[in-house]
Design a protein around this ligand. Structure first.
Ligand code: PLP
Length: 359
């Protein structure tokens, strides 16, 4: 079996144990003689799976009862649309922080149908840092403040979340379950599953229930949070396969000791790569130190031709997914929960070798 060193940004590496269990259960899940993809979503067998998926994520994140947990399709990108539709009432304003590609996509959607204040933008600095305390120009009457806690492309993350009176909404797609967060600080947390939770085609939404009541009559049923809350994420056929894999992924995180333990490992993994980047001038991290992501690490080499050589040789040595996003270039290693320490160690020694030969 040839498992490669996978540093893809998303879809991304999944835990080997999860894939093996899914493989073992593919023809016969729990003695029912069929796979999860062939079961009715209305069956009690599938209900048990979705309940366990929800319980898993609730346990891992410590989500209180006053929050609903939803499993929706359309990815994190549909949430960019649903958030302003549901949570910014007509005639009111919403605040957004523009920290990079993903935050600006959320802003683009928000602007379509209502007043949108960009409380801070990192665009002038090429999105290399998170704002400092006091940088944000918040609206006094904002319906909510939206942030992206980890910018997958720029490789920056909020170490500390902003203070705000408005409900705080966070896109945590590329860092959910990678570090402990106090859910009560947020009105809503959401994430596309394909980075840290499972396969693509599924978004997890964690929403304080009272906020679901804000949506006006003009919001289509399908796009209302209240619809999906009252139908237990089964207003229509959900992505049963992805929900099943999310359940297995939560079980795997628990088997690793939970989020706090995974966070320690993640910090160690990221630290090893940043240590190499900081060790000589051969490597350049464009990101401000205090803003460094521990999930997506970006860097540059002395020239673009060095970068091309690096990527070619890395591919030959069995590393994939290291090319930086096409919008920024350079190198990026995405080291989500499922990327093992061993892969990071192998990358670090490859980098040191490469530098010796090239430098
Ligand atoms: C990947 C990603 C998205 C987009 O997710 P989709 O499921 O493709 O819609 C949004 N935000 C962040 C931070 C991401 O990393």
């Amino acid at each position: 079996m040839a498992r490669i060193y996978n540093f893809n940004a998303g879809p991304a590496a999944m835990p080997l144990a999860v894939l093996e269990q899914a493989q073992a259960e593919l023809l016969d899940l729990g003695g029912f003689g069929m796979s999860v993809m062939e079961m009715s979503h209305r069956s009690k067998e599938f209900q048990a799976i979705i309940d366990a998926a929800e319980a898993g994520i609730r346990r891992l994140m410590g989500i209180p009862d006053e929050y609903a947990v939803l499993f929706l399709q359309g990815g994190a990108s549909l949430q960019f649309v649903m958030i302003p539709m549901n949570l910014r009432r007509p005639g009111k304003i919403a605040d957004y922080v523009d920290t990079g590609s993903w935050a600006s996509k959320a802003i683009k959607e928000a602007r379509i149908a209502g007043a949108t204040n960009v409380a801070w933008s990192g665009k002038g600095d090429n999105y290399t840092r998170i704002p400092k305390k006091g940088d944000l120009k918040l609206s006094p009457d904002a319906e909510y403040l939206h942030i992206c806690t980890n910018e997958t492309i720029g490789g920056i993350r909020w170490m500390q979340f902003p203070e705000t009176n408005a409900p705080l909404i966070a896109d945590m797609s590329s860092e959910i379950l990678s570090r402990t967060v106090d859910v009560k600080r947020f009105a809503m947390i959401y994430a596309g599953a394909q980075k840290n939770l499972g396969p693509s085609g599924l978004a997890v939404v964690i929403l304080r229930r009272d906020l679901a009541e804000r949506a006006s009559e003009s919001v289509p049923f399908f796009l209302k949070y209240s619809t999906h809350i009252s139908d237990g994420s089964m207003y229509n056929t959900p992505n049963t396969w992805a929900i099943y894999l999310l359940k297995l992924t939560c079980e795997w995180v628990e088997s690793q000791g939970g989020v706090a333990a995974i966070q320690k490992t993640n910090e160690k993994k990221a630290g090893k790569i940043y240590d190499v980047l900081d060790s000589t001038d051969f490597w350049k991290s464009p990101v401000e130190k205090e803003s460094r992501s521990i999930m997506n690490i970006v860097w540059r080499l002395p020239s673009e031709s060095h970068e091309e050589q690096f990527l070619t040789q890395a591919r030959k040595a069995g590393f994939v997914g290291l090319r930086g996003h096409r919008s920024v270039g350079g190198i990026r290693a995405s080291i989500y929960n499922a990327v093992p320490m061993e892969a990071v160690d192998a990358l670090v020694s490859f980098m040191k070798d490469f530098e010796q030969k090239a430098g």
